[in-house]
Design a protein around this ligand. Structure first.
Ligand code: OGA
Ligand code: MN
Length: 282
């Protein structure tokens, strides 16, 4: 097994592994590389859904997939599997997020205990577009000026449960654009990573975010200021997908986004998500 850092703000490619056959010491190496690099790319995999689930469970119990935009869970008998796709079948999308841009976000952080990891496996990929970007939220925290670090110490942020990253309203939610009224969960804005002990900024997503106990205008201004530190290419890395890519990200200390792609092409990805804990305050 060889671990090759991407040279970007985070991420490494792991070469020379078949994820269907990983022993305990191999897994320990992968886990440590994941803590060190935050995002791991494994190319050339051939995984059935069952094999994706088996590998994912090495990291811990899985969360059920969020309800898809159509209100259904997609793969019968595999409620852990989330389908990200623009492909239509019988007039309905087989997955979520369409073909547009998906904004920077952390998966399912509107829950009290958001997943610690997500694993996304590429089954069909368009010829161009649809790249997925990741950003290092340890680096973003470290880049904040001391004045801002002091300002946000002990502050909690509401992680919105209204919209998914494609801008679609989640099932069972009445849409609102008032961040104070929107459903969601409060988490510490600065968290300690439970496994690495490092501090990270925990933003979740921008839309409908709200900083507890602040005037809305004050909350919006401070959030905009914090988000301006995420706009740095040197903290990011993008995967240009190939069929057979499995990307594993640490869902606590990273955010991700996706570029749009031609809606007439097909993109099919299967995702699992590993249960996490309530994010600990720094
Ligand atoms: C996800 C996600 C983006 C993509 O699976 O959580 O945000 O590139 N996917 O498909
Ligand atoms: Mn996501």
């Amino acid at each position: 097994m060889e671990i090759l850092p991407t040279g970007g703000g985070l991420g490494a490619q792991v070469c020379g592994v078949d994820l269907r056959h990983i022993g305990d010491s191999g897994f320990a190496e992968i886990r440590q590389a994941w803590f060190d690099n935050l995002v791991l790319l494994f190319r050339g995999q051939t995984l059935t859904d069952a094999e994706l689930i088996v590998f994912s469970k090495r990291f811990g119990a899985l969360d059920l997939a969020p309800i898809q935009e159509t209100g259904r869970r997609f793969v019968d008998g595999l409620p852990e599997l989330y389908v990200v796709s623009n492909v239509m079948k019988n007039g309905e999308p087989i997955g979520s997020l369409g073909s547009g841009d998906a904004v920077w976000h952390t998966d399912m952080s509107y829950l009290p205990e958001p997943p610690k990891a997500s694993l996304l496996y590429a089954l069909e990929i368009p010829p161009t577009g649809g790249d997925t970007g990741f950003i290092n939220m340890y680096s973003v925290y470290e880049a904040l000026p001391d004045r801002l670090k002091q300002r946000i110490a002990g502050v909690r942020i509401k992680h919105d449960g209204t919209y998914n990253s494609g801008g679609y309203v989640r099932q069972g939610v009445t849409a609102t654009d008032d961040p104070r009224a929107a459903p969601g969960e409060y988490h510490p804005l600065v968290c300690t990573h439970p496994d690495t002990g490092r501090r990270m900024l925990y933003l979740g997503r921008r839309r409908n975010a709200y900083l507890e106990n602040l005037d809305l205008a004050e909350s919006e201004a401070l959030l905009d200021e914090l988000w301006s530190y995420c706009d740095r290419d040197d903290f990011a890395w993008y995967n240009r997908w190939k069929v057979g890519d499995l990307v594993l990200w640490d869902n606590r200390c990273t955010m991700h986004r996706r570029d749009s792609f031609d809606p007439n092409s097909r993109r099919v990805m299967h995702r699992t998500q590993v249960k996490g804990v309530s994010p600990p305050a720094a």
